[in-house]
Ligand binder design. Structure first.
Ligand SMILES: Nc1ncnc2c1ncn2[C@@H]1O[C@H](COP(=O)(O)OP(=O)(O)OP(=O)(O)O)[C@@H](O)[C@H]1O
Ligand SMILES: [Mg+2]
Length: 336
């Protein structure tokens, strides 16, 4: 087969995509197509070219740690601990050529403090399409696993889903939202995947990432932050160790944490517990400004103050922390 050198890029792409579809059936055709594509492009490999037009799983691609750092520092407000731990966890994991188990992160904190927001940032830094990527999967307890009587079915489906997706892309990301509303039995189903096995039925789960989100422990994290505030100490001085004991009570011994008795904690299968601090008035203002910027409007400090003042703050006397964090900022801004 000879190819006309005047063949355009679109034709080359069609050829390539067609080659991908028949890959399982006709190695000779695929070989010819790859050769043709290389001849056309001169320098791009088959994979490079294919991945320009379709989403590819690139588990081996190194993490751009400075891009992640910049994202977290610029976009995530008031969460110095989460920023530090997430950065450390992900760079460590992605730099390790042979991780012994998948990375498991458990994010805890009050409503609207940025847990879903961070998961989105993390997802985008691992797979450019973020939550829309075929390699990022979000499960919401109340949506996907609502009925206690169907646990057996959920376990089965979840195991099959995870196995199938990790087989297709080793670096798949699984996010479990509302862990505090999840029956621990459901999580039991994925326990083997989180463990230190080399392979299970021919599939290795060691490059996958599991992220659990919950409000469990949020009240106790808030109490610690409040103690610091009342003692006149800076929020940024709160250290991980100040919260470890707190999390152990709020999460490990809390029947509603979703992790309780799931065995994940006993077996040390969670690599990092990540606390999210409650957001203050100044952080809410930062969220309003960020939202204005995202909408392409000029920042009007008058509106920023008005939106922030509409939010409710607690405790009753001091009114330091936003009840809903930054959660309703976007909808409130619609009124201005
Ligand atoms: N710390 C933060 N920095 C910047 N923006 C934030 C932060 N926290 C929340 N936001 C903004 O508020 C929105 C809602 O936050 P998010 O959904 O991440 O809260 P959450 O912690 O998951 O809350 P919940 O526990 O109620 O699910 C985000 O999409 C983001 O725009
Ligand atoms: Mg959330």
């Amino acid at each position: 087969m000879r190819l006309d050198p005047r063949l355009g890029g679109a034709a080359a792409l069609r050829l390539l995509l067609a080659a991908h579809v028949v890959a399982a059936f006709e190695p000779i055709t695929v070989g010819i197509a790859i050769g043709a594509a290389s001849a056309l492009t001169g320098y791009l490999s088959y994979k490079d070219l294919y991945c320009r037009f379709a989403e590819c799983c690139r588990s081996e691609r190194p993490l751009n740690a400075s891009a992640l750092k910049q994202d977290l520092e610029e976009k995530l407000f008031g969460q110095h601990l989460a920023t530090e731990v997430i950065l450390k966890a992900l760079t460590g994991f992605k730099n390790n050529k042979n991780p012994k188990k998948p990375l498991t992160l458990s994010l805890h904190g009050w409503a609207g403090t940025g847990k879903n927001f961070v998961s989105q940032i993390v997802a985008e830094n691992l797979h450019p399409k973020g939550l829309k990527s075929n390699f990022v999967h979000l499960f919401v307890s109340t949506l996907h696993f609502p009925h206690e009587q169907h646990i057996k079915l959920y376990q089965d489906q979840l195991q099959r889903w995870i196995r199938g997706n990790v087989s297709a892309c080793a670096g798949s990301v699984f996010i479990f939202d509302e862990m505090d509303k999840l029956h621990p039995g459901v999580i039991d189903a994925i326990k083997p995947f989180l463990d230190y096995y080399e392979q299970i039925d021919g599939v290795s789960y060691r490059k996958a990432i599991f992220i659990f989100l919950s409000n469990a422990g949020g009240d106790l994290i808030t109490k610690t932050a409040l103690d610091f505030w009342r003692a006149g100490r800076k929020r940024e001085d709160i250290q991980l160790k100040d919260l470890e004991a707190v999390l152990s009570v709020g999460v490990f011994n809390n029947k509603h944490s979703g992790l309780w008795h799931s065995g994940l904690i006993d077996r040390n299968l969670i690599d990092y517990f990540i606390p999210f601090l409650p957001l203050e008035y100044r952080h809410v203002k930062m969220c309003v400004r960020a939202e204005m910027k995202a909408r392409g409007s000029a920042i009007d400090e008058d509106v920023v103050t008005r939106v922030a003042e509409e939010m409710t703050f607690f405790p009753k006397d001091e009114k330091i922390y936003s009840d809903k964090g930054c959660k309703t900022v976007q909808s409130r801004l619609d009124f201005y």
